[in-house]
Write a protein that binds this ligand. Structure first.
Ligand SMILES: *[C@@H]1O[C@H](CO)[C@@H](O)[C@H](O)[C@H]1NC(C)=O
Ligand SMILES: *[C@@H]1O[C@H](CO)[C@@H](O)[C@H](O)[C@H]1NC(C)=O
Ligand SMILES: *[C@@H]1O[C@H](CO)[C@@H](O)[C@H](O)[C@H]1NC(C)=O
Ligand SMILES: *[C@@H]1O[C@H](CO)[C@@H](O)[C@H](O)[C@H]1NC(C)=O
Ligand SMILES: *[C@@H]1O[C@H](CO)[C@@H](O)[C@H](O)[C@H]1NC(C)=O
Length: 609
C-alpha cells in the first residue's frame, strides 16, 4: 500500500526518521546460532530522552539468492556459514520502483539477491535471559519497502523484546503467477515463511524465546501476516499475530486473473511464447531486473495491485480465505484459531488511496467544485470501487443502497462531511469490514487463544490535513509502534504528548508478544479487554482518550455483513427466476449509466490502493 506517499505526498515531507546511531561506540557481539556464528554490533541508541544499548545484526542472508534458475521459484534455505558471518550492514532491498522512504541519508540499494533479515536484541551481555520475539513484515502494496524501512531498535530496547525485520520479494519477482506449474506465484509469501522458519531455528542464539514469537505487519504487510496465520504449514513457527490495517479477505489482497497479467507483461519484454512454460522460461532468462521492474506497471502508475498474492491451492486456498468470512467453516482455520490475535484499523484508512482517483485534484480538493460535482465524484468513486468487487449487474443492483448508506445527512451542503463519508466508505470496504469479519471469525469459538481489537486515532501533528480529515489515516500508528515519534518535534509539549502515546503502544504490543495479553506483564493505566461476539470491546488509541469502547462502527459493519448480504442473496434469487433479463434492474442500469455519462465520468479501471 502507501502508493500515495510516492506519487503525491513527497512534498508533505513524511519522514521515516532514520535512527540516531552512534557508530563510534559500536562494539562487536557474536551470536552462536544453528547456522553458525553471526557477529553484529552493540550500539548506543536514543529511546525517547534516554540513551541505551542494543545489539544489532544486519543483513543476515536467510535464503539462497533467488536469482537465475531460482527466479520465480520457492526460496531455498541458506546452508550453514563456514565462517563467522559479519552482520554489520543492511542487505540489499528487493527490486522495486523508487523506494518511498527517505533516501537522502540512506545508502540503500536494490538487488535481486535481497533475502536478508535484521535482528535487534536487547541482549548485550549474553546473560542467558530469554526475550520474546516480534517479526516485522513491512507493507507497501507488495511492491515497495524493505525490512530496513522502520527503525526496529527503539521498540526492541523499550519493550525488552527481540525485533526481527525481513525482506521478501516484491512485484513481479515476488508474485508473478501463471496459474499452472510454470510459475507458481506467492514467492514473496514463501520468502516470509522461510524467514519465519529461520527465526524459529536460530533466534535462541540472540537470546530469543522460541515459544514467544509474534508476527506483526501493516497494510500489505498485515495481509501477509494474515496469510501466514491461516497457512497450516506455519504450525509451531509462531504463537501470536498483530495485523494492522489489512486482511486477506479484502478484495485487493488477491490478484485476479494472474495468467492474463503475466501474458500482458511478457509481451512488453518480448517474451510472448506459445506456452506459458516457454513464456516463463524467457522471463527467467532476462538479465536486467531493473528493466523487469520498470516495465511491470500494467494497470496503474507504479503497477499498483498488479502483483499481489494469488490463489495457488498451496500457500493460499479460496476455502481458507472464505472461512474468515464465515466462521462456521472454521475447520479450515484450526491453526489460526489457536493464535492470539490483535487486529485493528485507523479512523480513516483511506486518505492516500483517494489520491489515486481521477477526481482527486479536479473535485475533492478543488475549492471551486460545486456540491453537485462532489456528489457525482463520490458516486463515481463508489461505482468504480464496487465494480472491482462485484459483477456489473450486481453493482447496479446495490449501487443506490451503498450510496445511500454513505450519504451525508447531517448537513448535505457541507462538502467536508461528504468527503468524510467517502473516507468512511473506502475505510470500510478495503480495511475495516475485512478486519471485522476476521475478528468475528477468530472470536467465534473461544478456546485458549485471545482476540483483541484496536482503533488508532491520533491525528498526525506533523502533516497538513484536509479539513475533512479529523483523525488518523493509514499507517499513522507506525511512528508510535516503532517509537520514532520522539525525534519528530522540537516543541517539548508536542514531543512529550506524542512520546507518551508511543510508549503506550509499544507497551501493549510488547506485553502481547510476551504473554498473549497486552495488559501483562507490565500493567498500563487502561486495561485492554478481549474482543467477543457480544460486546465487541476494543481499545480506542488516542492521546489523552485511551479507553475501552464497544461495537466499533456497528452500523457500518452490519450494513456490509448482514444487510448487503441479504440484498445480494435477493439478487441471485431474482436471477434464478428470470435468467434472461430483468426489466427492473435493466432500468436501474440504464439510469445509472446515463447519470455517469452525463457528467462525463470515464469508466476506466484505475485501482484504488
Ligand atoms: C563459534 O564461536 C564459538 C565461541 O567463540 C566457537 O567455540 C566456535 O568454534 C565457533 N563456531 C564456528 C563454526 O566458527
Ligand atoms: C561452505 O563450504 C561448502 C564446501 O566448500 C560450500 O559448498 C558451501 O557453499 C559453503 N557455505 C557457505 C554458506 O558459503
Ligand atoms: C475546479 O472545478 C471547477 C468547477 O467544477 C472546474 O471548472 C475546474 O476545471 C476545476 N479545476 C481543476 C483544476 O480541475
Ligand atoms: C475448541 O474446543 C472444542 C471443545 O473442546 C473443540 O471441539 C473445537 O475443535 C475447538 N476449536 C478449535 C478451533 O480449536
Ligand atoms: C508547542 O505546541 C503547543 C501545542 O501545539 C503550543 O500550544 C505551543 O505554543 C508550542 N510551543 C512553542 C514554543 O512553539
Amino acid at each position: 500500500m502507501a502508493l500515495g506517499l510516492i506519487t503525491k505526498f513527497n512534498h508533505y515531507n513524511i519522514l521515516i526518521v532514520s535512527l540516531c546511531v552512534c557508530w563510534s561506540s559500536a562494539v562487536d557481539i557474536t551470536a552462536l546460532t544453528n547456522v553458525g556464528n553471526i557477529t553484529g554490533s552493540i550500539e548506543d541508541i536514543n529511546v525517547g530522552p534516554n540513551t541505551v544499548k542494543i545489539s544489532a545484526y544486519l543483513g543476515i542472508p536467510f535464503a539462497e539468492p533467488p536469482i537465475d534458475s531460482l527466479r520465480f521459484s520457492k526460496p531455498r534455505p541458506k546452508p550453514k556459514f563456514n565462517e563467522t558471518f559479519l552482520a554489520r550492514n543492511y542487505g540489499a532491498s528487493c527490486h522495486q520502483f523508487k523506494p518511498f522512504w527517505d533516501t537522502s541519508t540512506d545508502t540503500d540499494y536494490q538487488n535481486e539477491d535481497c533475502l536478508y533479515l535484521n535482528v535487534f536484541s536487547p541482549d548485550t551481555e549474553q546473560s542467558g535471559k530469554k526475550y520474546a520475539v516480534l517479526v516485522w513484515i513491512h507493507g507497501g502494496s507488495f511492491l515497495f519497502g524493505a525490512g530496513r524501512m522502520r527503525p526496529c531498535n527503539i521498540l526492541a530496547a523499550y519493550g525488552q523484546v527481540i525485533v526481527v525485520s525481513i525482506n521478501y520479494r516484491l512485484g513481479v519477482f515476488g508474485f508473478l503467477s501463471s496459474e499452472n506449474g510454470a510459475a507458481g506465484g506467492n514467492y514473496g509469501l514463501w520468502d516470509q515463511h522461510l524467514a519465519l522458519e529461520w527465526v524459529k531455528n536460530n533466534i535462541a542464539g540472540f537470546g530469543g524465546d522460541t515459544t514467544k514469537i509474534t508476527v506483526f505487519g501493516e497494510s500489505a504487510g498485515s495481509v501477509a501476516v494474515m496469510f501466514q496465520a491461516i497457512y497450516p504449514g506455519n504450525e509451531n513457527l509462531f504463537q501470536r499475530v498483530i495485523a494492522e490495517s489489512g486482511s486477506v479477505n479484502a478484495d485487493w489482497a488477491v490478484t485476479k486473473d494472474p495468467a492474463s497479467k503475466l501474458k500482458k507483461y511478457a509481451a512488453r519484454l518480448s517474451c510472448t511464447r506459445s506456452s506459458l512454460e516457454d513464456t516463463v522460461a524467457c522471463l527467467k532468462s532476462i538479465k536486467n531486473p531493473t528493466e523487469m521492474t520498470s516495465k511491470s506497471d500494467l494497470t496503474f502508475s507504479a503497477g499498483l495491485l498488479d502483483w499481489c498474492p494469488t490463489i495457488d491451492n498451496d500457500f493460499i486456498t479460496k476455502e481458507r480465505i472464505e472461512a474468515l468470512n464465515n466462521p462456521t467453516h472454521e475447520t479450515q482455520l484450526t491453526y489460526f484459531n489457536q493464535l492470539d490475535l490483535i487486529m485493528g484499523t485507523t479512523r480513516f484508512e483511506s486518505d492516500q488511496f483517494l489520491l489515486n482517483e481521477p477526481e482527486y485534484e479536479s473535485t475533492f480538493i478543488n475549492e471551486s467544485a460545486t456540491m453537485t460535482d462532489v456528489e457525482m465524484a463520490i458516486r463515481a468513486v463508489i461505482f468504480r470501487s464496487l465494480s472491482r468487487i462485484y459483477h456489473p449487474d450486481l453493482v447496479q443492483f446495490i449501487l443506490a443502497e451503498v450510496i445511500f448508506q454513505y450519504n451525508n445527512f447531517k448537513d448535505p451542503f457541507d462538502k467536508n462531511l461528504c468527503m468524510q463519508q467517502l473516507e468512511n466508505y473506502v475505510t470500510d470496504v478495503e480495511f475495516f469490514v475485512p478486519t471485522y469479519k476476521a475478528l468475528e471469525s477468530h472470536a467465534y469459538e473461544k478456546n485458549s487463544s485471545k482476540t483483541y481489537q484496536y482503533e488508532f486515532n491520533q491525528l498526525n501533528p506533523f502533516r497538513p490535513h484536509h479539513p475533512w480529515m479529523t483523525g488518523a489515516v493509514h499507517a499513522d500508528q507506525l511512528k508510535y509502534v516503532f517509537g520514532s515519534v520522539y525525534m519528530m518535534s522540537q516543541n517539548e509539549t508536542v514531543r512529550n504528548t506524542e512520546w507518551s502515546l508511543a510508549k503506550t503502544l509499544m507497551r501493549y504490543w510488547t506485553n502481547f508478544a510476551k504473554s498473549g495479553n497486552p495488559n501483562t506483564p507490565v500493567p498500563l493505566d487502561v486495561f485492554w479487554e478481549t474482543y467477543d461476539r457480544q460486546a465487541r470491546k476494543y481499545i480506542y488509541l488516542k492521546s489523552g482518550e485511551i479507553e475501552v469502547r464497544s461495537n466499533l462502527n456497528r452500523r457500518r459493519a452490519e450494513f456490509w455483513t448482514n444487510y448487503l448480504q441479504g440484498l445480494i442473496k435477493k439478487y441471485s434469487d431474482l436471477k434464478q427466476e428470470k435468467p434472461i433479463c430483468n426489466p427492473t434492474s435493466d432500468a436501474v442500469i440504464v439510469t445509472s449509466y446515463l447519470m455517469m455519462l452525463v457528467v462525463g465520468i470515464t469508466f476506466n479501471s484505475l485501482t484504488l490502493i
